[in-house]
Design a protein around this ligand. Structure first.
Ligand code: FAD
Length: 394
């Protein structure tokens, strides 16, 4: 396409026009990196815009439960994650202060051919996926800011590159994969509903925990629900769920150390050595809430992953949901029938998937059986709740 001619002096005359693309993906997290890989491998021209120059720990999901591992395999990215540093873990042990011994669940037996959960650091997983996308021919621009999208039949994306140059391109479709606080979503005018949080959840990466490496752990004690998802070498992603009114429980500069101290639950005595544990990343607190875009589409725009709706982190389904979105959207884009109809089907199926309760493969305490997640009854009506707790999160 010939470059647009701008009036001399027009603010847009300084904008550098980048070649048109099939897809522009905003956000290079799990959803964006996976979709860029799948679509570039299929021969589409893909431009991915990521605001981080280097991926940092923002306290996100680091365990893919068996159904998500299966979706990753179908997408052809399971190996990318394993070679990037992911580990398969076969066991989930559940402890309770009122119960003398843990329940031991073999999550490697849930799905044929899937040997357990896939545990991987989030920044490492994102890096592995954008590297795979680059190898497949996608163009990745990191350190971008001020991304601005204009929905239309041929939508336009403008952004500022890391060197300060303003750029723009047209494409056939913009994919908003920019996470829970998606700006593509708001710029495209897509409505979003957030439920009242049931509790708060704080997460932190810790290292030097002897004995933690081989099993996923859930425990309940006093007012806490605890999760440990090991990454090898004594490192584990730890989460604590606690009452919704305690927003400052792990706030402040001493918050990470208080978090570690509270992780040393009595019911976990002998399971792991907490006295050697060290803080290995930021400690962030999030509302335990569900959210959704009832219709994650606009003219020339589709949302995937958390941008389209995120689950209460306690359910541990966000990474798998994001990969299922990548699957459904890529199938829609690569099918020979009408893409807009197929994206419409994605939108309907996504909201159905989200509003059915998952029988999570990371069951809460009290649910003793572990099985592959599937629909199990409808959730209540969609009720937006504008009030949000002031928790430290991004
Ligand atoms: C505390 C917590 C615990 C969780 N635990 C689990 C778990 O155990 N298992 C599980 O499956 N899921 C879990 N999740 C959910 C999971 O982390 C998310 O569902 C998943 O990361 C969503 O992927 P995403 O690619 O949609 O978003 P993200 O992973 O958030 O990626 C979004 C990307 O977009 C980039 N970006 C944002 N804005 C812009 C912009 N304007 N321009 C350019 N780039 C932008 C960001 O830098 C980031 O790289 C948890 C979430 C939280 C908060």
């Amino acid at each position: 396409m010939a470059p647009l001619k701008f009036r001399r002096g027009s603010p847009w005359s300084k904008i550098d026009r980048v070649r048109d693309q099939d897809l522009v993906i905003v956000g290079g997290g799990i959803a964006g990196g996976a979709l860029a890989t799948v679509m570039a491998r299929a021969g589409a021209t893909v431009l991915l815009l990521e605001r981080q120059l280097a991926y940092r720990d923002h306290v996100r999901g680091e365990i893919l439960w068996p159904w998500g591992v299966r979706v990753a395999r179908v997408l052809g990215i399971e190996q990318v994650l394993l070679e990037g540093g992911g580990r398969l873990l076969r066991w989930l042990h559940t402890y309770d202060e009122g119960v003398p011994s843990p329940t031991k669940d073999d999550i490697g037996a849930i799905l044929d051919g899937i040997d357990g959960s896939l545990n991987i650091s989030h920044p490492i997983a994102c890096e592995a996926l954008v590297t795979a996308a680059t190898s497949a021919g996608a163009e990745i621009r990191r350190g971008v800011r001020d991304v601005n999208v204009t929905p239309a039949a041929q939508p336009v994306v403008r952004w500022v590159d890391g060197d300060g140059t303003q750029r723009e391109t047209r494409c056939n479709l913009i994919v908003g994969a920019d996470g829970r606080r998606s700006t593509v979503r708001s710029q495209a005018g897509i409505a979003f509903q957030v439920d009242r949080p049931a509790h708060l959840i704080a997460g932190m990466l810790a290292e030097g925990i002897a004995g933690i490496d081989t099993v996923n752990v859930i425990a309940r004690e006093s007012d806490l629900l605890f999760f440990a998802f090991p990454q090898g070498g004594g490192r584990a992603r730890l989460y604590l769920c606690f009452p919704a009114h305690e927003q400052t429980r792990f706030a402040g500069h001493d918050g990470p150390r208080r978090f570690l101290r509270e992780c040393a639950l009595s019911c976990l005595e002998g399971v792991a050595q907490w006295d050697t544990a060290r803080v290995a990343g930021p400690c962030a607190t999030f509302p335990g809430e569900d959210s959704r875009a009832p219709h994650p589409l606009a003219d020339g725009v589709v949302l995937v992953g958390d941008a389209a709706g995120y689950e209460n982190p306690l359910e541990g389904q966000g990474l798998s949901m994001a990969l299922q979105d990548v699957h459904d959207v890529s199938v829609a884009l690569l099918s020979r029938s009408s893409t807009s109809n197929d994206l419409g089907t994605y939108a309907v199926n996504r909201i159905r998937r989200q509003t059915r309760k998952f029988r999570s493969s990371a069951p809460g305490l009290g649910q003793r059986r572990v099985r592959s997640p599937g629909p199990c009854g409808a959730r209540g009506s969609l009720r937006p709740h504008p009030r949000r707790p002031r928790a430290c999160c991004s």
